[in-house]
Design a protein around this ligand. Structure first.
Ligand code: SF4
Length: 354
């Protein structure tokens, strides 16, 4: 990491992992859906979508059953940037956002006139949890000379404090552009993505100390060990992963970019370092290739977090139907915060990647 990059420690606060562990204890256990109930739920959801003039906008990391239903009913399965664009452009009056809370908030900010429902409002993200708006705002106040760029995985209030919002698919291009304008950057919240962007742009970046509990657990040694078994396999890595894993990748990119790389690369096997939910769409794109999940491990590993986002896993067909039937779990954003966040989001939406 260059001298121009600094990481900020949140002194006096619980560690990232402590914050996340406290939060995870509140998440109810996932209920298993009986096989014969799935078809019934699908039929009921389809009927509700028509009755409510609604469309499903699902993230790649959600349950494949939800992804399949989104596709089948004219919705979309995509990364957070395309989710935002789709919701903004689609004529449906109700958007059902299957993902995590910041995605629902982004949809609401972009289309305040629409009703935005989520299967659960409890689904958040360790990056969002680890970047409280008040602490982040104070941090920004300490560095008034820096342009504030935040990752999409943040609350509406944090976005409202930012000059720019970016997703992983355009982060390098946006920072490269800002650097060419001579701007110094304050980046939050993901330290790994920030370091990756800094390395690829040479920009002067001050980094918030946040991380994704899913991607943080991929281990370079595990990937290299797997490559000994599959020596021809390409390695695809999401840039929320640690630098040691990014360094051994054949492709580093957002979820959409990783799927595109799986198609483009000649290898027949892919070792994939991102949430396993992506395998549904990736396998569709490369039906003849073998997809292998990158190993996780170490002290922080658990069955709830190994390449499966616990919050994305809170979305199910059952709670998706419930929010439609009951008009529940409506996403609300304070209008003033929404207006302020829209300025930074608007720059993201209109930015044309090089
Ligand atoms: S996979 Fe990581 S970055 Fe994505 S929603 Fe889950 S915790 Fe957040």
């Amino acid at each position: 990491m260059s001298d121009s990059t600094t990481q900020i420690q949140l002194e006096g606060n619980p560690s990232q992992r402590e914050v996340v562990e406290q939060y995870l204890q509140r998440i109810p256990s996932e209920s298993m859906i009986e096989e014969d109930r799935i078809a019934e739920l699908q039929v009921e959801i389809k009927a509700q979508l028509i009755a409510k003039n609604a469309v499903i906008i699902a993230h790649y990391y959600t349950d494949p059953l939800i992804q399949a239903l989104a596709e089948e009913t004219g919705g979309i399965v995509s990364d957070s940037l395309e989710m935002a664009r789709f919701g903004n452009n689609h004529p449906a009056q109700t958007l059902v956002v299957a993902g995590v809370r910041f995605m629902g908030e982004t949809a609401k900010i972009l289309t305040p006139e629409k009703r935005v429902l989520m299967p659960t409002l409890e689904a958040t993200c360790s990056l969002d949890v680890g970047c409280p708006a008040d602490e982040f705002s104070a941090f920004c106040d300490e560095h008034p000379d820096r342009t504030v760029v935040v990752y999409a995985n943040t609350s509406a209030a944090v976005k409202a404090r930012a000059d720019w919002v970016v997703t992983s698919s355009i982060a390098v291009d946006v920072i490269d552009y800002l650097d060419s304008q001579g701007e110094k950057i304050l980046w939050a919240p993901d330290k790994y993505l920030g370091a990756y962007v800094q390395k690829n742009t040479g920009a002067d970046m001050l980094l918030w100390n946040g991380s994704c509990i899913v991607h943080e657990e991929f281990k370079a040694k595990g990937v290299l060990d797997l490559q000994k078994v599959y020596p021809e396999a390409a390695v695809l890595v999401h840039p929320e992963s640690p630098e040691s894993v990014v360094d051994i990748a054949d492709c580093v990119g957002s979820t959409s970019q990783l799927i595109a790389a799986a198609v483009k690369l000649p290898q027949r096997q892919m070792i994939v370092a991102t949430d396993q939910g992506i395998f549904y769409k990736m396998q569709q794109a490369v039906p003849d290739k073998e997809l292998l999940i990158a190993p996780t491990g170490g002290a922080g590993a658990s069955c709830r977090s190994c390449a499966n986002c616990p919050w994305m896993g809170m979305n199910s067909l059952e709670n998706l139907l419930s929010c439609l039937e009951n008009d529940s779990n409506q996403v609300t954003v304070d209008p003033l915060i929404g207006e302020q966040a829209m300025a930074a989001l608007g720059r993201m939406m209109s930015f044309k990647s090089s």
